[in-house]
Design a protein around this ligand. Sequence first.
Ligand code: 3H9
Length: 695
Amino acid sequence: MAVEMTRAGATIVLRLSNGPVNALSVGNGFVEELGAKVGEAASDPACRAIVIAGAGRMFCGGADIGDFDGDPEQVDRLRHLIATVEACAKPVIMAIHGMALGGGLELAMAGHYRVAQAGSRLGLPEVTLGLLPGAGGTQRLPRLIGAGAALDMMLSGKPVTAERALSAGLVDQLVDGDVVEAALEVARNVPPLRRSGTLPVPADLAGAVASRRAKLRAGLSQAPARIVDCVAALSGDLAAGLALEAALFGELLRSEASRGLRHVFFGERTVARIPGLAPDVRPRDVGHVGVVGGGLMGTGIALALLNAGLPVTMAELRPEALAKAEATICKTIQRDVEKGRIGQDVADARIAAFTAATELEALADADLVIEAVFEDMGVKKQVFSALDAIARPDGILASNTSTLDLDAIAALVADPSRVVGLHFFSPANIMRLLEVVRGRETAPDVLATAMALGKRIGKVGVVSGVCDGFIGNRMFEEYLRQVWFLLEEGALPQQIDAAMERWGMAMGPCRTMDLAGQDIGWAIRKRRMAEQPDRPYSGVIDRICELGRFGQKTGKGIYAYPDGRTAETDPEITRLIEDYSAETGLERRAFSDEEIVGRCLLALVNEGARIVEEGIAYRPVDVDMIYIHGYGFGRERGGPMFQADIMGLSTVLDRLRALAAGRNGWAWTPAPLIERLAAEGGRFGDLNIQDRNSI
Ligand code: 3H9
């Protein structure tokens, strides 16, 4: 039963029991059932008060986000339920534990009295989904806690603690013990019918609205601005405020930004599921991790592990490099204390959990060893051969390679089933993506362990099969190939970067290359040209490298960095690019931002489709999550494959064909998967995993 109804004397207790988070689902009839049971209790002459509580680990995680793609009228049923609760002639007491989020908090605010368990959290996170609280939240929260505090909660989307909620006036009582027992005690005394919707408009309304409106920043999501609009409309007429809120909620629901953000919400959870993994496969225990290599990557990886409370031993053969890594680790942890993120005791424990060693033998006891040495097959092979002899026979051996053949590395190990790829993104302690590379022989429990470790250290783990560059870098290469062609054909770096950033990338491609280091890209290109001479790229980028301009770290790259950080357009580069076009006989032409974005995006989509078709990625959404969490693709844009679905795959195909008929058309041969789906009228989002080979 989804809403459990029990009696305790003259009180009826309704317990929400709907899956993991008690989402207020309309689609499965849960909201309707709750409404009916509130009505039943209200008309029961023996009932004097009603308690609403959540079963399981929380009160309620909000409206069911899965309902939002269906009939938009569905959400009206939730509003109706909330109005019924508020209007109830008998006091409704909300017993909150765990979390009350979104529609869950809106339901709680419609009650007449709120008891919260200490440690629970209450919030209106709709803004993170490109939405506004659409079931009365924008009208009731300011009445309860003031407009300024309410706007801060709604615009940040961050939940507050029950303790903070009590002092703000959002809850009436805090309890340490059983929250339902406490609510029953309140019910026995039959509290007054205090309806939050009828409270006066808060005195700080005008000032709070003006100050928050002045701070609004332009972005794809209109949710923050609409939240402010709803609060600004607060008046004695609750119904008018609710009507405006509902109308604006509907607008946001249909917006591309909200659709993208909802896709990301579910995508982040979908990628954790490994298709075909037997249900009895359990991750191995990981209590101690070894890291080989004390460079930038090894240091970041060690920090990510230490920050999650894992003991780490770092093996770095060069004592100076090891000392530098250790100093960086201690300094970074200490900085978290200075910024108030952790206490000194936590920092001390993290630092104490770090062991530095100059020989690999120190890793003999580690449950998992992550190799993060120089990206060269010879060096990696040496490390793995040595590790095979040193590490525990059941220890997992992971490589942080970003492009090399994991199967070739695994072949050096007597038991290749214990080898997996853990491709971190720099800085590894900050970037959320972890590309988990499944080799031909990787054991299922090793893969599950890698995914569990990713979750434990706060990463979004996405599985990739083995191919050159794996999912992310393989696509990025096609993206950059188009950037270089655009440069030689007439666009300039600052225009490309500005167009891509305005569109939604955190950083434009030219600036990204400068930050990553042009020398690294140059080395990969040289290897690639030897392997694939039929897939040329524009030499304009090599010209820049030939000048020793390796990016931000050398003070000059595609841009100049006079202060070491800020990218400035360099006339020398503009000249170099224009000269290159002239020398190669190319007539430069103007590009619109739209054309730049279209070409860069389609390059990602076309390669992404091949990757899905080859089974390198399990699903298109895996590709999207890699771009969102590793490459600065705007969350509101949902990812390249989501964008292709928005465009429509037949439009994508038409555009690919048009590009294939033009200059460097070889790079635009449409992926067969796009051709097939376009012919069927299909979408990436509906692609059935069974349709293609699994990894
Ligand atoms: C809203 O309320 C709008 C209203 O203002 C107005 C309407 C008119 N819906 O995250 P987890 C699923 S908007 C549907 O792994 P945790 C989730 O997909 C909503 N499904 O657990 C996953 O499924 P699966 C405002 C949901 O413990 C499973 O539950 N609310 C919802 O790490 C477990 O989730 C929010 O934005 C949902 N609302 O974190 C809160 N929530 O197992 C969104 C969860 O199949 N939710 N699922 O992959 C969260 O932030 C976290 O889930 C929460 C628990 C913190 C609650």
